[in-house]
Design a protein. Structure first.
Length: 592
C-alpha cells in the first residue's frame, strides 16, 4: 500500500524542497534565491518597461508618420472591438450603466463594466482623450500582470534562474505561426494558412501588451490562485476572502475568466480528494467563499443576456467573429514549442501518480490540464479560456527543460568534451528555447509597421471624417441614429453621443442583414421608396457620405429631396433625413 501524502503545511520551505531537483542546487541556495529581493524585482520591472517600450514603437511611428490628411486612431489591431470598448468608456465616464449604441434599436442603459468605467472616469477627471487613456491601460495592465506573475512564480518555481526563464517565455513567447508565414511567402503563393493560428491574441502576452491590454488586465486572475493556496496552507479564511474579492474585481471587468478561476480551483480540489483519499474540508469551504463573493458578475451576465432582448441578441451573434478555440493540433501551432515541452513533462509524470507530487507540483499540472479542457466548453466565447494558459505552459516547459533536457545535454557534452571546465548546458538550452518562441511575435510586431505604413482605413481616418464626427458630437444626441458605412459607423458611438445603424459584428443586431441594407442604400440601382422606408423604420436621423460610403455604390444623396445636407467639408457631407414628422433643428439650418 502506497504511503499517503499529506498536503503541504503552512511553511514555504516544503514547497521549495518539493521542486529542488529542478536545478540540482542545494536547498539552502534555492531558499535564498526564492526570497523576494531587489534584483528580482528590478528584472521584472525593467523587463516590463522594455516590453512596453518595444510594443509602443508601432504606435509612435504611426502617429509620427501619418499623412497630413489622415489621423491615426490609436489602435493597432481589431478596430471594431476596440471602438466598442471606447463607446462603453464614453458612456460609463458619466453614468454607471451604458446603452448599446452600436445598433439603431432603442435600448435601456443596463450594461456595466468596471474596467471601462474606471478608464472613462479617469479620462473625464483628467481631461484625457481615448488614445492616452488606452495607453494608460496598456502600461498599467502590463505592470499589474507581470508583478502578479512574479509573485505567483515564487510558489511554483523555486530557482530564480528558472523563474527568469518562465517570465521571459510568458512575456515574448508565441507559437509556430512563423512556419505558416514562411509558407505564405514560399509555397502557398501569398496565402496565409490558418491565420487565426498566427493572430489569435489570448495566450500571447506579447500581442496582448501590444494590442489587447484588456486581456492582460484580465489575466491578473492568476493572483487569485496564489491567495487561495495561501488560504489552504494556513487555513486562513482572510486569504480566501481576499481571493474572492480579487475574483469579484476581475469578474466585473471580464466575467468569462471566472470560469477559469472556478474550473481550475474545482479541479484541484477534486485532485486533492483523489490523492489524499479524504475531503479537503477547508479547501472546499475556501472555494465556497471565493464563489459566494465573486459569482455575482457571472449572475449579472447570465441575467443580462437572457432577460434583455438587445443583449440576448448580442450574445447570439458572438459566433459572427468566427473565432473559436483551436483544435489540439492547431493549439500546438498557437502555443508553440513550450506547449510540446509541457505535454512531455506530463507524459514523464505519468509514472509518478498523484501521490508523487508535492502540493504545488500537483496544482500546476491540474491548472494546465483543466485550462486545456476548459478551452472546449460548448460556448461561442470558449476561445477566451486561452487567456492565461501561457503561464502553466511556461512553468512546465521550463521544468522539463532543466529536469530532463539539460542533464542529457550536459552528459553528452561531457562525453564529447571531457576537458571542458564550464559546460553551460542550462544557459544554452534556455537561450535556444527563447529563440524558438519569439519568431511569430517578431512577425506580428514587424507586420504592424508594414500595415500601418499604408495609412488606410480603419487604422487611420481622413481629417474630414474626424471633423464630421466632431460636428455630430456637437449636434447629435443619444436618440439620433447615424447611417454610414461600417468603416465609419464603428467610430460613431465612441466619438459622439449618437447611435450607429451599422457598427459592430455582434453589437449591431441582425448584423449581416443591416450590412446588406447599407450596401443597398448606397447602390444607385435601389429605389428611393425602399430607402425612405428603411430610414423611417429605424428612425435614422443622419446619413454620412464620404469616401468610405462612396466606395459602396454610386448613389448621389444630393439628387433626392428626403436628404438635406446639414454639414459639408471637402469630400464629407452629412445629410439629415427629412421624414413627414421631422424638421431641421435650428442649429442645422446652415452649413460650415
Amino acid at each position: 500500500m502506497s504511503k499517503r501524502v499529506t498536503p503541504a503545511p503552512s511553511t514555504g520551505s516544503e514547497r521549495l524542497q518539493g521542486n529542488a531537483r529542478w536545478m540540482d542546487l542545494p536547498v539552502d541556495r534555492i531558499k535564498r534565491m526564492a526570497v523576494e529581493n531587489a534584483d528580482e524585482w528590478k528584472f521584472v520591472l525593467l523587463g516590463t518597461f522594455g516590453l512596453l517600450l518595444v510594443t509602443s514603437l508601432p504606435y509612435a511611428v504611426a502617429y509620427l508618420t501619418a499623412p497630413h490628411d489622415r489621423v491615426f486612431m490609436g489602435v493597432l489591431l481589431d478596430v471594431p472591438d476596440h471602438e466598442q470598448y471606447f463607446s462603453w468608456m464614453r458612456d460609463l465616464s458619466r453614468s454607471w450603466l451604458a446603452t448599446n449604441r452600436l445598433t439603431p434599436e432603442p435600448n435601456r442603459a443596463v450594461f456595466f463594466n468596471l474596467l471601462w468605467l474606471m478608464l472613462g472616469r479617469v479620462g473625464a477627471w483628467f481631461g484625457l482623450g481615448i488614445a492616452p487613456v488606452y495607453q494608460l491601460l496598456r502600461f498599467s495592465s502590463a505592470f499589474a500582470f507581470f508583478a502578479s506573475l512574479a509573485v505567483v512564480l515564487r510558489r511554483f518555481v523555486p530557482s530564480w534562474r528558472a523563474r527568469r526563464l518562465v517570465l521571459v517565455l510568458v512575456a515574448v513567447g508565441s507559437g509556430f505561426g512563423w512556419v505558416l508565414v514562411l509558407l505564405k511567402y514560399t509555397l502557398t503563393q501569398g496565402q496565409l494558412l490558418f491565420p487565426l493560428d498566427v493572430f489569435i491574441a489570448e495566450g500571447n502576452s506579447f500581442l496582448d501588451v501590444m494590442a489587447y491590454p484588456h486581456f492582460v488586465a484580465a489575466a491578473v486572475y492568476i493572483l487569485a490562485f496564489e491567495l487561495i493556496l495561501r488560504a489552504w496552507e494556513r487555513e486562513s479564511a482572510a486569504h480566501a476572502w481576499g481571493a474572492g474579492a480579487l475574483a469579484l474585481f476581475l469578474g466585473l471587468q471580464h466575467a468569462y475568466d471566472l470560469i477559469l478561476v472556478y474550473g481550475v480551483l474545482g479541479a484541484y480540489t477534486l485532485a486533492r480528494l483523489v490523492r489524499d483519499k479524504e475531503l479537503p474540508r477547508f479547501a472546499v469551504a475556501s472555494l465556497a467563499i471565493v464563489v459566494a463573493v465573486s459569482v455575482w458578475p457571472a449572475v449579472y451576465s447570465v441575467l443580462l443576456t437572457r432577460m434583455d432582448p438587445i443583449w440576448s441578441g448580442v450574445l447570439g451573434q458572438f459566433a459572427n467573429a468566427g473565432v473559436f478555440s483551436p483544435s489540439l493540433p492547431h493549439l500546438v501551432i498557437v502555443m508553440g514549442f513550450p506547449f510540446l515541452l509541457a505535454l512531455a513533462q506530463l507524459i514523464t509524470d505519468l509514472s509518478r501518480g498523484l501521490s508523487g507530487f508535492s502540493t504545488n507540483e500537483l496544482f500546476v499540472r491540474v491548472w494546465f490540464v483543466a485550462n486545456v479542457l476548459l478551452l472546449y466548453i460548448p460556448t461561442d466565447y470558449q476561445v477566451h479560456m486561452l487567456n492565461g494558459l501561457q503561464v502553466p505552459v511556461a512553468i512546465l516547459a521550463v521544468e522539463f527543460t532543466f529536469e530532463s533536457i539539460v542533464p542529457r545535454v550536459r552528459g553528452w557534452w561531457i562525453r564529447v568534451r571531457p576537458d571542458a571546465v564550464r559546460l553551460g548546458a542550462g544557459t544554452v538550452m534556455a537561450s535556444a528555447l527563447v529563440l524558438m518562441v519569439v519568431p511569430t511575435n517578431i512577425y506580428l510586431w514587424t507586420w504592424r509597421f508594414v500595415d500601418l505604413a499604408r495609412a488606410e482605413y480603419p487604422y487611420f481616418l481622413h481629417v474630414e471624417d474626424l471633423e464630421a464626427l466632431e460636428w455630430l458630437n456637437q449636434y447629435a444626441d443619444g436618440s439620433d441614429v447615424v447611417l454610414s458605412s461600417l468603416t465609419l459607423g464603428q467610430f460613431v458611438p465612441a466619438y459622439t453621443d449618437a447611435r450607429s445603424f451599422l457598427g459592430h459584428w455582434a453589437q449591431t443586431l441582425d448584423f449581416y442583414e443591416k450590412r446588406d441594407m447599407v450596401d443597398s442604400f448606397f447602390s444607385s440601382e435601389t429605389q428611393n421608396r425602399w430607402r425612405v422606408d428603411l430610414l423611417m423604420r429605424y428612425s435614422v436621423d443622419y446619413v454620412l457620405v464620404g469616401d468610405a460610403e462612396r466606395s459602396l455604390g454610386d448613389f448621389n444623396p444630393a439628387s433626392v429631396s428626403y436628404l438635406r445636407p446639414v454639414y459639408r467639408q471637402g469630400e464629407m457631407t452629412i445629410y439629415r433625413f427629412i421624414s413627414p414628422d421631422a424638421t431641421l433643428r435650428p442649429s442645422e439650418v446652415g452649413m460650415p
